[in-house]
Design a protein around this ligand. Sequence first.
Ligand code: GAL
Length: 682
Amino acid sequence: MLTCGETWCKLYLMSTALGFLDGLAYGADYNPEQWGRDVWEDDLELMRRARVNLVSLAIFSWALLEPEPGRYEFGWLDNVMDGLAAAGIRADLANATASPPAWLSHRHPEVLPVTADGRRMSFGARQAYCPSSTVFRDASLSLTREIAERYRQHPALAMWHVSNEIGCHNAHCYCDVSAAAFRRWLEVRYRDLDTLNDAWGTAFWSQRYGSWDEITPPRVAPAFVNPTQQLDFRRFSSDACLDVYRAQRDVLRSTTPDLPITTNFMVMQFQKNLDYASWAPEVDILANDHYLQAADPDAHIELAFAADHCRGLAGGGPWMVMEHSPSAVNWQPRNVAKLPGEMIRNSLQHVARGSDGVMFFQWRASAAGAEKFHSGMVPHAGTKTKTYREVVRLGRILERLGEIAGTKAERAAAIVFDWEAWWAVELGAHPTIDVTYLDRMHAIYEALWRMGITVDVVPPSADLDEYRLVIVPTLYLTADDFAERLESWVAAGGTALVTYLSGIVDPSDHVRLGGYPGAFRALLGIRSEEFFPLRSGETVHLDDGSTADVWTELLHLDGAKAVASFTDGPVAGVPAITLNRRGDGTAWYMATRLDGEATHRLVKQVADDAGVKPAIPMVTAPSGLEVVRRSGPAGSYLFLINHGDETAHVAAAGYDLVGDREIGRSVSVRPGDVAVIREEIG
Ligand code: GAL
């Protein structure tokens, strides 16, 4: 029998974690405990009709499964599991620890998390626990053991779902238990206080620590809190949440060594708290929850970015989307419903970018509770609805797409994404509030998306040799190791594009002296002596006709050549875009925030320089067409997803698995439609 501590076994599991399904996963979070038993029968019939083959079960069931400490009631869950098994639907069974019951915090109020200003939160929502609480830990492990023992051999059980979105609401707890855990974490990181004092720069503002006991989490203080203390607290908090996962996973692993185990990540635009690059190696399949921001008219591009990020974290794939919404969510200011076809497009975007399944939150829209206005695969209005009809249609499409499971999205470029850099660049007391981490990341990604170039979004630790083009946006905090590897990779023939405020500080958030951009000076062949951020709304111009805003800097060439220079603003005449030939490769630098058109032009020039090509020639494709190719031993599959309002005509030959039709020489994809062509090779 395989035991999964070993690397080879881990790799095996990563590539076959959903191997229990014959094709792609399709389903949702299933919360039957919110409904009477008469509804359960109906559920199974409607799932069968929709071709659902996997459900995530018991995620928020702790209070029902353990109504009093140590007294378990599994009867209802036994019935649900038996019903699923009889219907041929597999369970991604949760260990039910996502939200502790009222009795836990009633008996042990110290498990409740505390905010930075010292307020203890109350029971009554969800996730009301401190990640460092040993009381929570013991209770959650006891429940996990019970569930693992009870269902270990159940025929419906296919995989384990540990907790749910760990750290979504409680990643940062400032209570005394967390403070003690933070100190222990710091002792491991720094070993002695002198090293900590150096790293935290405590010579500043009389912050020197003489004993470990004096150190607290970065609670609310009269002025700017020490930035390295804040950074370390973020690192610690991500690790504390990861420990919550690991402890529960290990119980499951010891009971069922050969079943895949995962937890759902939140790789999306507003989830900054957890460093998923350190989490990714801990799951057997990377599972992600993704929700569109309704206010963003290009939310489908952000979806693509998040999906490419999941693939990058999963080392190229496979991965799975564990939750997205069938239509509207309930937690944004204006919860815009999905238009006809949008849910299918969103689902197939995830699949195009490497997800081996499509899962939703949730199966049946709740009638009560805080999420009663969140869409479900079965809406309040029942099955004679746009949503359920599309759910059934999507089930058919995914069944036909089953053969693509295990294939990988083709890509030649990477964007470097680092949670530590995100945390550090947005710490405050910086040159301007207008430089935010995701701004250039998304702008450059969007330019590549519009060109039909698929990129992996990868951590700095990724192997760059897989790529011809590497983009480094706003990597404010940069470790020596990455700077050195990027430099050798460029020298060996790679093309890199680095944007402003990169390479500025080391991992302790200390400025790299001698001129900016510190870690990348030699690679880029430049040296900046001073930042000149712009006033709100102020724009500057470049001699190639581009407009820019937010950022300028007093830059000197030190080997690089100027591609474009500022014609006005505080540093008129100074280079704004530079290019440095380094060994066999090239390193570009963008010293200002170019507008959309100019960003597109520059990124195109850099991509051409790198020899990176789109999945298909995009010269005449309409702007809303998303193009991705997945390939593998099973074949080559071209995804054409039309988000725009013009019909796209694309040269392709093969079989359209969505339209269920032969394609001779070209395919037309109408606005809102999707085609997935199994391509004829040769
Ligand atoms: C997720 C969560 C689900 C549900 C969903 C609503 O963050 O995991 O339980 O709350 O959001 O969009």
